[in-house]
Design a protein around this ligand. Sequence first.
Ligand code: TYD
Ligand code: MG
Length: 459
Amino acid sequence: MAKVKSTYICQNCAAESAKWIGKCPGCGEWNTYAEEVIQKNDGKERSWRDGQRTIMQKPININAVVSTHQERMVTYDKELNRVLGGGIVAGSLVLIGGEPGIGKSTLMLQLALAAKKKKVLYVSGEESQQQIRMRAERIGIQSENCYILAETNTQNLFINIENVKPDLLIIDSIQTLSTQRIESVAGSVSQVRECTGELMKFAKETQTPVFLIGHITKEGSIAGPKVLEHMVDTVLQFEGDRHLSYRILRTIKNRFGSTSELGIYEMQGTGLRQVSNPSEILISQKADDLTGIAIGATIEGNRPLLIEIQSLVSPAAYGTPQRSTTGFDAKRLNMLLAVLEKRGGLRFGAQDVFINVAGGIRIDEPALDLAVCASLVSAYHDISIPEKVAFAGEVGLGGEIRAVNRIDSRIAEAEKLGFEEIYISKFSRKGLDLSGKSIKVQAFTKLKDVFSALMGELG
Ligand code: TYD
Ligand code: MG
């Protein structure tokens, strides 16, 4: 007699347990175990030999494997092409995660509509066909080859896929799908895993690329187990502040390209616009003599970016001074403040300090240290930094300025945007070819010297 086997699975890390437990021994989270029916067992004990007659593949020498060139579908969306490593690879499974309302559905629908020559099937378990049509009208791209399906059952989905034969499949979202093969509810760990498995088989067998939209949990990871991230070829994260219009598409995992790529979009009334020159938007138009503002030359992926660091230093109104950061690592700020106190003699002890990276983006690159320090010093002394000056350098605990990688691209980007001076580490300066550059490169070994140069210049 067929027996239904159920088990308890941690909804956070997919650890299994035969009975319910409060705290997961795998990830240490509380109350994450839920009962799930995992398979209909026929009651027989299985050994690894059971399936052996069905094995079709035989091992072959690696040199005998014929390598095929990765075929890529280059889309209209240059930012997406970039984060995918140069276009959509045939048969690849791409997971795109992000908070609700960030624009995942918009991004995918836009891709579906703009790929005019390719037949695209957009499957939504979240919105009706009418709602998607309305969104498409808002985006305003006409396409004859975009098919919409509101479906949540994978068996029905595959029947539709056989009829439509799409060149590209988009699933919005993986958490709404469910397969009849297992009995747990849609969105549970085992359903998500099973449906992803079925879609993966479909992608690999037919060489059709598949995009999966994934929800994000409160903690910011893609809902469903980590195994989901292991199964897919590429994981992209769509992020940004809901209240600001900039959106960043980041590669977290990519079997077909680099993981440090970044795409930037702006959410407009008519969908997402690709931002091809991000530095321009990230540097706000500021009034001439505003203090506490410094421009840092950073690198995200392969792309140099100039971003504005703003800081505010003001006497603490209450006992404990506040330290607050937006878009920058708070621990790093504390370290830089300590270095400035110890090595520069600045007294931040009784001051509230706020740091903000303009444009609502988040950057974790040590090369921004120098810009952050400059902005703090500027705010502290209430003296503004000249407008056309940029910074690129890591600050060490001794108050020394350390070299950063790819300094030449940073300098080139600053020059391109009309900066007249850039402050870097002396160690970066070595072997740097500055012939033909109009930008003045100032190289220092100590933080102190930077500020005497800068403040001297300020008078
Ligand atoms: P959506 O793609 O539905 O987000 P997700 O699928 O990640 O939950 O985008 C939702 C937001 O985007 C919504 O608040 C409205 C806004 N939006 C625009 O500002 N302009 C547009 O053209 C579209 C389609 C949406
Ligand atoms: Mg959506």
